[in-house]
Design a protein around this ligand. Sequence first.
Ligand code: C2E
Ligand code: MG
Ligand code: MG
Length: 793
Amino acid sequence: MKFFQPRTLHKRIMLAIALLQLLVVGLFSLYMLIQQVGNEITNRQVLGHKMIAITAPAVTHLIEFDPRGIDAYLGAMLGDRAITAITVKDSEGKLLFQQAKEVNPLHAVAGWFKAAEFKPTVTTELKSARGSLGLITLQLSNDVLNEKTHTLLNDVAYLFMLLLGVDLIAIQLLVKSVMAPLTPLAAMAREVSQGNWDKTMLAAADNASDEVRNLSDAFVESAKTMKRQIRELEETRGQLAENELKLRNLVNNMQEVLLEVDQSGHVTFLNPAWEELTGYATETTLHRPFTEFLAQPKHQSYFEAGRLEHIPLTDLQLEVRARDGKALWMQMSTSLQRDDSGAVTGLISTLEDVTETLHLQELQHQHEQDLYRLTITDPLTGVYNRRHFDDLLENLLHMNLHKNLPLALVIVDIDGFKFINDTYGHPVGDQVLRTVANTLRANEHQGGAVARIAGDEFAVLLQNVNAEEANRIGHMIHADLNRAIVPLTVGQLTIQTSIGIAVAPLHGKTPLDLVRAADVALYHAKQSGRNRVDTLSKERGEAIMDIFSQGFELRNAISAGMILPFMQPIVDLKTRKVFAYEVLTRMRRGDAFVPADDFIPIAEDLGLIRDMDMFVITQSLTLIPKNVHLFVNISLNSFYAPEFTQQLRDLLHSPIAKGRAITLEFTERQTTEMSAEFIQMFNEIRAGGCNVALDDFGVGYSTYSYLRQLRPEFVKIDGSFVLQLKENQEDVKIVEQIRELAHVIGAHTIAEHIEDEETIAMLIKMGVDFGQGYYFGKPVNVQDKHWLTADLV
Ligand code: C2E
Ligand code: MG
Ligand code: MG
């Protein structure tokens, strides 16, 4: 039945139209046939009636006049093709004539139509003047009708064929004209299908209809798009192939292990890095549970079936057991694989060997910890250093005050440490420091800390300890330290300490206030004979507040420029010429000037002395003419801050100090350790071109060793030995000794507090070089124009 399923449009249209045509022409032919056959049937009837109308009078006549002639007449009539039988009956029904021929059957086609009208016989009455003579019946023959029908059928068939033929030719032409433009399209399509894209540029035929043209254009367009897309697709495919190659190379050459595990935890993919790192062949590892290669059960649990979901995607380090038994640490980065419903179907991970890195990290961590320990501890004693103590104090104080808890600070100062160092040497000094540190550490309170905050000073912080408890602990520490023994090559050494205690918030709420309070307590302990513990009492706490308020005044005075240099001449005793001027500080309070003695100790206690000294020396160098030899007092406390030494050195090298004679006076108000660092510092400052004078010589602690170590250019004999020189023989002896001592080291002597002529004479006699005192001139404000005097009588 292929014919009824034509593949081409052309054939389909042809077939459709042909069928339609067949139907139309068929119907038309059928119509024609029906018309013609109907007509013929009618004609036959009419002919029948005509014949009977002609025959009836003749037969009537013969019956009436020549009955024998009937047979001949009707027999001749029967010879007509249209009649097959004739019957004549008289009025009584007696058969007068009957004759019949053989009857041909009716043509089948004729039989289909007008059956009602198709009557094979016609009968009429034989009427004469006498009335009815009987009936004549003619039986009509089918032959004529059959013949006609046959002819008709042939005609209709011819007509049908003709029409069909003409139509088919017309349709063929019509369809061709419609379909013809499609041919190039079909050709295009064929070319396109064979990949000959350039042919797509073909246009539709000129005579093509708009629709076909549009179709052709659209086709060309779509072909172009397709061509572009295919080109892009090919490019993409090329790229993909290239990428795949790259990817494969990458995966194969990756240093990290690429691992794929299915949802049951079995290995489904591994790159060569696995074998390289672990020693297990990839083939033998595949399809085995990954847990077999993990050393730790905790790590194994991540790869158990159904648990993959809980694996940390980053930040997971696994211990993998290598084939040779070595532990490998691998950093794992994972991406979970899921199906459409979101269920985990496996994972893909990279495993980076971080064994070495971890090892290095550990070493580095160790190293950093060591470094950190070094930065926060004192290398000699192992306790915290000053810097870390400052941080600790600040943090603990903040924390304790916030929680409303007390914090005690115990400052332990080794009595006579300098003496120990000087006498027994530094190794013993170090041993003493270590012993103190160990004893303090042994007493370390929970949450507290021990630090070495200065050469011979230690601090202990006690958390949540009130004044009473702190005092008890302080005494305990003191007793322990007293019991401590440092063995010497010959004999042994006991340690004596002075301890100052202050408690926050009672004695201060800031680190500075608390340290100062403890310092003041320590100061009192030392003042009252050393080797004791001193806790600030309530009264002393108030005294400290007093000092602090003075400190406040001092601080303001420094920043407001209310600290002024006063000048007192230093005179050559023999020539009475002014040799130099000593700068003595005064603080302005309203109209009055507060003498240095009233505020310098406080400035030292409160740590303000540094700023003050720097301020005074800078001001003096600025205000006083360059040709004046200046003696400037500097507190040894100022040197505790390394930046002060630097500042002073810079100042002495600055233009305002250049070419000027400067002598720095040092006095020992509190015990100050003359360490090697201190000596070096002095020498550095001296290298800047200034002299050193030891002030107040004869009073204070261990000034002889100062003399030996510092080798000053000037020794100032303390005023207390000069004031009563005339009356006191002892003082004469002391002054003489000091002078001698000074001359031994090549220093000049300056006597302080000369108030009369007699004393001058005595001093000259004793060989003292210079002098100063009210007799020559009281300290005068530098802003007073008349302070500068060339000669004095
Ligand atoms: P100093 O350096 O021994 O100064 C001598 C002190 O004796 C001065 O007291 C001075 O006014 C006083 N004086 C001078 N001549 C006589 C006299 O004939 N009789 C009596 N009775 N006293 C006399 P001042 O000015 O109160 O200074 C006290 C101490 O303060 C000074 O002792 C010095 O060590 C210190 N000082 C003064 N100015 C400064 C300074 O700018 N920085 C530092 N660090 N200390 C200073
Ligand atoms: Mg002085
Ligand atoms: Mg003095």
